[in-house]
Design a protein. Structure first.
Length: 196
């Protein structure tokens, strides 16, 4: 028996993304997340952190695409901001608009790495590298962005829209030294072949 989808069924079609991470990396990040919880912050949860990181990524990437660097001062590490400003302002408009990731267009998020370290002054730090894959309608030649995938998306009666799947990596850092403000800041930002 053959089955055909109706127009209504096709309109409700959603993309399903299956992400498989390296099992060694997955176990390593879970062990390190447990150590962060056990030794630094009893309220830390990698699941909750990932949700918050996704929101931060959407917000920061939008501000970057709009060149609103003054609004990034409390969110991005002080030494990273001037470098970002120089790189982003030199991008063509279409590349700059491709930096913005809408929450609904983020299709996959994963924890790339977690590191715990002490500096020479005895300060304690935790860095968490988050990787994001998102769709963008920005008009970028596919050959200009290595590793990007192009999709044709048709929603209902609308015209076919071409979207590209891009990736970005944001490294979040927090100092866990006694008496330091407990805030996560973004210590590194990379957008696949657009902003590195």
């Amino acid at each position: 028996e053959e089955s055909y989808s109706t127009e209504e069924q096709r309109q409700g079609t959603r993309m399903i993304v299956l992400g498989f991470s390296n099992p060694v990396t997955w176990v390593r990040t879970r062990v390190l997340a447990f150590l962060v919880w056990a030794y630094f912050d009893r309220e830390f949860s990698i699941t909750e952190f990932s949700k918050a990181a996704k929101q931060a990524f959407a917000y920061v990437s939008k501000l970057l695409s709009q060149c609103k660097f003054d609004l990034l001062e409390e969110l991005v590490a002080k030494e990273v901001l001037p470098v970002l400003k120089e790189k982003v302002t030199s991008l063509p408009d279409n590349h700059r608009s491709a930096l913005a990731a809408d929450m609904d267009e983020i299709v996959y998020t994963s924890t790339g790495d977690i590191s715990i370290y002490y500096d020479e002054k005895g300060r304690k730090f935790v860095n968490i590298l988050m990787c994001f894959w998102y769709l963008t309608s920005a008009d970028i030649p596919s050959e200009a962005v290595r590793g990007a995938s192009v999709f044709q998306v048709k929603l209902g009666d609308q015209n076919v829209e071409t979207k590209q799947l891009l990736s970005a990596s944001y490294e979040f850092q927090r100092e866990f030294t006694q008496g330091v403000k407990p805030d996560w800041t973004i210590a590194r930002i990379e957008h696949s072949q657009i902003l590195e």
